[in-house]
Design a protein around this ligand. Structure first.
Ligand SMILES: [Cu+2]
Length: 142
């Protein structure tokens, strides 16, 4: 048993290791922070799907507000129940085709973590009120 040999070892080496580990931890935190801020919301995904059908009355959607629990995937069945051609586009870029009267389309709007608008992209329709809101419920406090 000799603890004299252990005490001779330079003390700078363990400190360097600790410093390196701390530095790596900072990098890992930075990297994970960046990925969480990306457009992929899979971290927040609940695995649940909120399904809503939206129709059209004249020049208005028949739905003003779509409520979606935070982290749910939103699936919208857009039915053009009006005589004119209409479509729907959401703030995150998800959209339907332009649908003639009587046609419908199912749109995967994605995992919802933020409020956003949905509107008809045909000239003048949004201005005439062809717009709705997607509202997140139960969002975690920041
Ligand atoms: Cu329209």
């Amino acid at each position: 048993m000799s603890h004299t040999s252990a005490s001779i070892l330079p003390t700078s080496r363990p400190r360097l290791v600790v410093a390196l580990v701390a530095l790596m931890a900072v990098f890992v935190l930075l990297a994970s922070g960046c990925s969480a801020a990306g457009s992929d919301n899979s971290d927040a995904a609940t695995g649940e799907v909120t399904k809503v059908t939206v129709g059209v009355n004249g020049m208005l959607y028949d739905t003003d507000v779509i409520e979606v629990p935070y982290g749910n995937r939103l699936e919208v069945t857009f039915e053009n129940t009006a005589p004119e051609v209409h479509d729907i586009r959401f703030g995150n870029g998800a959209r339907s085709e332009r649908l003639t009267s009587g046609r419908s389309e199912v749109i995967d709007v994605g995992v919802i973590t933020e409020d956003m608008a949905g509107w008809c992209t045909i000239a003048g329709h949004r201005q005439q009120g062809m717009e709705l809101k997607v509202v997140v419920t139960g969002a975690p406090k920041k």
